[in-house]
Design a binder for this molecule. Structure first.
Ligand code: PLP
Length: 434
């Protein structure tokens, strides 16, 4: 099918609220490593990786091989029957996750992983309420949309009254109009205020992403998670860390984002980069917390941890260890960040550059004084970068944050190619605004 035929069928047969990027959305046809090609044959350097998911590159041969070998043997079994790949992956994750996290429950999406994390925290603590953060994104189920704190991403009529939201550590637009570090991380204290004023006084969990993804790569200060997890603990709550975007080496140096803050979660959720694009998610916790599920009710997951996705995940982790470890991601991420900061010096449209490793965000503003969000400039940048063959992402409550997150196998040469396209595209956007 050509582009038009695919778009016509999309319009007719798929729900109209599917978010599509670009004025003229382009169906993708195939990929290899850092690149994808659309059905018209145009090549793009992929610096969004299918929403931070293609962690070791498109069609990575080792992952493809693992998938094919397992698909030829047994595609599906369900969780009713133990499977070698399922337990091997669980063992591997126990090895690479921080602290005492050891026991897993595999599902198919980040939404399900978060849903299960909340149920687990409520069961373990026997408390109901969850404190989440404004600007969070947690998924598409009713419970995870209740955690999500972006009006456009909250659909339907049913939201859980047990989810409460504290202000987020958004230093560039501080909700308290203060400046770090003089603020003393005052935003963290709002978690306590929220618990004392909007809950029963006992919570099941504090739940947060180490770096808010859809929120626009909002990166908390170093002290933040130490303070809020202590507060949560003193009100009976445990810490659910949503690593769906930040997990699997994305932020450099460590396997998981929260390790930059030196805090050990009680429950961690993961998806996206875990299996290079195969459907796979996990909720991992400690032996002690998992024991609460004994006798709490039955569970199955028809597709969760299925043999093919588990094989893909094991292969993905192996490739990360061999070709894209924490040191590599940190080095390439630092190199990329330095290039983005040079663009910040050149273009006043760039208000802020933030993130860690290969998870870098650019917040665009009308001017640096007013910080008025510039979502139209982001849309313009999208078209300019697309025309030059670069894929990027966007986010933020105001739609004015460019999100950039290439596969972790990216090299300095790929970064140079992306920076050159970004520079020429920013010049074009700058010209049209000025
Ligand atoms: C931080 C975070 N949590 C959860 C989810 C939900 O994951 P999924 O789309 O796989 O359900 C997402 C998706 O973008 C996410 O970014």
């Amino acid at each position: 099918m050509n582009t038009q035929e695919i778009l016509d069928k999309q319009r007719q047969y798929l729900w109209p609220n599917h978010l599509l990027y670009y004025t003229d959305p382009m169906p993708l046809d195939h990929g290899e490593g850092m690149y994808v090609w659309d059905v018209a044959g145009k090549k793009y350097l992929d610096f969004f990786g299918g929403i931070l998911t293609t962690s070791v590159g498109h069609n990575n041969p080792k992952v493809v091989d693992a998938i094919c070998r397992q698909a030829g043997k047994l595609i599906h079994s369900s969780t009713l029957y133990p499977h070698e790949n399922h337990v091997k992956l669980a063992e591997k994750l126990a090895e690479i996750t921080p602290g005492d996290l050891e026991t897993s429950y595999f599902t198919n999406s980040g939404s399900e992983a978060n849903e299960n994390a909340i149920i687990l925290a409520q069961t373990y603590t026997d408390n109901r309420e969850i404190v989440a953060l404004r600007h969070a994104y947690a998924g598409r189920t009713t419970l995870t949309m209740s955690v999500t704190a972006h009006a456009p991403w909250r659909m339907g009529k049913t939201f859980s009254p047990d989810i409460k939201h504290a202000i987020n550590p958004y230093c560039y637009r501080c909700p308290l109009k203060m400046t770090y570090p003089e603020c003393g991380v005052a935003c963290a204290q709002d978690v306590e205020d929220v618990i004392r004023t909007t809950t029963s006084g006992k919570i099941a969990a504090f739940m947060a992403e180490p770096i808010q993804g859809v929120g626009g790569f909002i990166t908390p200060p170093d002290e933040y998670f130490g303070i809020v997890t202590e507060i949560a603990k003193s009100y009976g709550g445990i810490f659910i860390c949503d690593e769906v975007q930040t997990g699997f080496g994305r932020t450099g140096t460590h396997w998981f984002g929260i390790q930059h803050w030196d805090v050990e979660p009680d429950i961690m959720t993961m998806a996206k980069g875990i299996a290079n694009g195969m459907p796979m998610a996990n909720t991992i916790t400690t032996q002690e917390i998992a024991q609460a599920m004994k006798g709490a009710g039955l569970t199955i997951s028809t597709f969760g941890g299925n043999p093919v996705s588990s094989a893909a995940s094991l292969a993905t982790i192996e490739v990360m260890e061999e070709e894209a470890d924490g040191a590599h991601v940190q080095a390439v991420g630092d190199y990329f960040r330095a290039g983005l900061e040079r663009l910040w010096e050149k273009y006043p449209l760039i208000g802020d550059v933030r993130g860690k490793g290969l998870m870098q965000g650019i917040e665009m503003v009308m001017d640096r004084e007013s910080k008025e969000p510039a979502p139209q400039a982001v849309n313009h940048l999208f078209e300019e970068t697309k025309a030059r063959g670069l894929l990027i992402g966007k986010g933020g409550l105001y739609g004015n944050v460019v999100r950039i997150s290439p596969p972790l196998i990216a090299t300095r040469e790929h970064v140079d190619e992306a920076l050159d396209i970004l520079d020429r595209s920013f010049a074009e956007v700058h010209e049209s605004v000025g």
